[in-house]
Design a binder for this molecule. Structure first.
Ligand SMILES: Cc1cc2nc3c(=O)[nH]c(=O)nc-3n(C[C@H](O)[C@H](O)[C@H](O)COP(=O)(O)OP(=O)(O)OC[C@H]3O[C@@H](n4cnc5c(N)ncnc54)[C@H](O)[C@@H]3O)c2cc1C
Length: 558
């Protein structure tokens, strides 16, 4: 098989902790340097929180795993300083097409709106994603990434978590105020805590064949076939990745023998039947996978927080694994930081599990429905599925019923205990609990996007029509918000440049094409409060400082 990627081998390095007389205590230890552990490390380090990351391995993800990263993943990666590299290397796509037998029945657009910084999706091999995050960690002096450091024991005692770590030079112990367990689907930390992830294992097998071929063969789109002539009775999914690698997923059914199916002599005829005898390609990777939808009851266990696949798992249809895992990290890190700094009560940490369990349930529901639709488990389900597919070609109403993997969008945390209830009427979907929307802005005379400005701290968005909306008392109140122990830094959003002197902690953004005003249904003095993870936590038709302080206190778990 052809290798287009050279897997890095990271050195094991002895840590001074291994020579300490007693276990050294760190504020945060992250277990696992997969996508989630790496993202957590970057986020903590960017927030100025020293973090140790322990991984049992010394390279990035081997094989073909995650491919599709949604807009929200990219928005978060932008905040973490990796987004541009992902987009530059990845294959951008917004269009998906669905085929039945030998004809296309419809297509859809993952980002029907213009004026967002990021596309609906990019496709990129998981190993590149991890490599870029490892590179980002190297730029940050607060993150200590330790390869070939395997956590073999974990226990909570008094006010600390004690971890026993195995290395090529033997075992040592460290302590942590908090541990983030990102050690994957078979989480050893979870098992060592006596906890389980419960759910459904699907009786089906898919073959992944990654092939290198001419980039002009297919456009950069997601194509899904039900019952194609080249793979009768089954389904097939096609995605283009970086380096002209194409990912083909063939449904094999439960009775297929994974070892036989992985053999090149069995794969190559399948791929040729699909691509045509005359298309040249080389096989880069092949594997057979089964899938599971499950989650832990709670994502917090004392001082240990579970994130990513350790906490919840979905089938790959809908691309919700890494896409939801990074939202866990986005949700957790700012909370731990503020609690460690004594700026928020420890009770703030109680919000992590209910917020992310709510999101996991939505993802598991969507993923289970997709899996049931793609591989019907009963004759009745198959009849329903086939009828929907036939109708979808000519009738729009049937298309929402077709489920070839409802693709990842961030769940809106509408039930969050941190939200302030809406008391005024808005005609837009950016409700408390939703991620803030994006739109082009001008910042200091330069083109930018709203989501590049918002995040890492509490932000206010104050919409103004003109200078008359910025009275001296409002400016004074914005200044007071910015000077709090946990500041609220406000962006004044105007429709045009204004010559106005703003206090420290308040900045002007010009809504370049009006998209931000329109998407947030803004009126003069409308105010949105966002959390450090860019989620809207409160909104009000008229700025009211006392209401902002109350909403921020609620969002801080006070
Ligand atoms: C076929 C397939 C396709 C997929 N496609 C997509 C997709 O398109 N989009 C998407 O969003 N998701 C997709 N996923 C899911 C995605 O790959 C996972 O959700 C993601 O890898 C989870 O990241 P993680 O960091 O939680 O866990 P992992 O990636 O599993 O990383 C866990 C890390 O912990 C380390 N570790 C384990 N035990 C220990 C220990 N005791 N001590 C120290 N370190 C330890 C491991 O070595 C590893 O580095 C796909 C998955 C599969 C299998």
């Amino acid at each position: 098989m052809l290798n287009t990627y050279t897997f890095p081998e990271f050195d094991y390095q002895r840590s001074p902790d291994q020579d300490a007389a007693k276990p050294v205590k760190h504020p945060v230890v992250v277990v696992g340097a997969g996508p989630m552990g790496l993202a957590a490390a970057v986020d903590f380090a960017q927030h100025g929180v020293p973090v140790v990351v322990l991984d049992d391995n010394n390279t990035v993800s081997v094989g073909s795993r995650a491919v599709c990263y949604a807009k929200r993943f990219l928005d978060i990666s932008d905040r973490l300083g990796v987004g541009q590299r992902l987009v530059d290397k990845g294959v951008t796509w917004n269009i998906g097409k669905v085929f039945l037998d030998d004809e296309q029945i419809y297509s859809f657009n993952m980002l029907p709106e213009e004026h967002h910084r990021r596309p609906g999706f990019i496709n990129l091999q998981q190993y590149y994603l991890e490599e870029y995050y490892v590179d980002r960690i190297a730029e940050l002096d607060k993150a200590d990434l330790r390869w070939k450091n395997k956590v073999v024991n974990i226990k909570e005692e008094n006010d600390a978590v004690i971890l026993t770590v195995d290395t090529p030079e033997g075992e040592y112990q460290i302590q942590a105020d908090y541990v983030v367990a990102c050690d994957g689907a078979n989480s050893r930390v979870r098992a060592m805590c006596g906890l389980e992830s419960k759910g459904q294992i699907f009786q089906d097998r898919f073959l992944i064949a990654d092939v290198v071929m001419d980039p002009k063969k297919f456009p950069p789109e997601r194509w899904f076939w039900f019952n194609p002539p080249f793979h009768e009775g089954q389904s097939t999914l096609l995605h283009r990745q970086a380096d002209n690698v194409w990912r083909i997923d063939f449904d094999l059914g439960w009775d297929a023998d994974p070892e036989e199916e992985k053999k090149p002599e069995n794969i190559i005829p399948r791929v040729k039947a699909f691509l045509g005898e005359d298309v040249e390609f080389e096989l880069e990777w092949a594997s057979v996978y089964t899938f599971t939808c499950r989650r832990m009851d709670e994502f917090r266990h004392g001082r240990i927080f579970f994130a990513g696949d350790a906490a919840h798992q979905v089938s790959p249809f809908g691309a919700r694994g890494a896409n939801s895992g990074i939202e866990d990290i986005d949700n957790l890190v700012w909370k731990i930081k503020l609690v460690l700094q004594g700026k928020a009560p420890a009770s703030l940490l109680n919000s992590y599990s209910p917020e992310r369990v709510f999101a996991a349930d939505e993802n598991i529901l969507n993923s289970t429905r997709s899996t049931d639709f793609i591989t019907p488990k009963s004759a009745v389900s198959r009849v329903f599925r086939d009828a929907v597919l036939k109708l979808a070609k000519n009738y729009n109403f049937a298309r929402p019923l077709v489920n070839s993997g409802r693709l990842s969008v961030p769940p809106f945390l509408t039930e969050s205990p941190l939200n302030t209830e809406d008391t005024s009427v808005f005609n837009c979907k950016v409700v408390p609990g939703a991620p803030c929307t994006d739109g082009p802005v001008i910042r200091n005379g330069q083109d930018d996007f709203l989501l590049s400005c918002v995040g890492n701290e509490f932000n206010g968005l104050l919409f103004v029509e003109g200078r008359q909306d910025l009275t001296p008392s409002i400016l004074d109140e914005l200044s007071q918000l910015a000077a709090q122990e946990v500041p609220v830094k406000t962006f004044v959003i105007a429709t045009h440049e204004m010559d106005v002197s703003l206090p420290v902690g308040v900045e002007l953004l010009v809504d370049k094409v009006g998209a931000v005003n329109q998407r947030l249904d803004a009126m003069p003095r409308t105010f949105y409060l966002t959390r450090p993870d860019q989620l809207v936590t409160a909104r009000m038709r008229q700025f009211d400082k006392a209401a902002v302080v109350a909403a921020q206190n609620k969002a801080l778990g006070k």
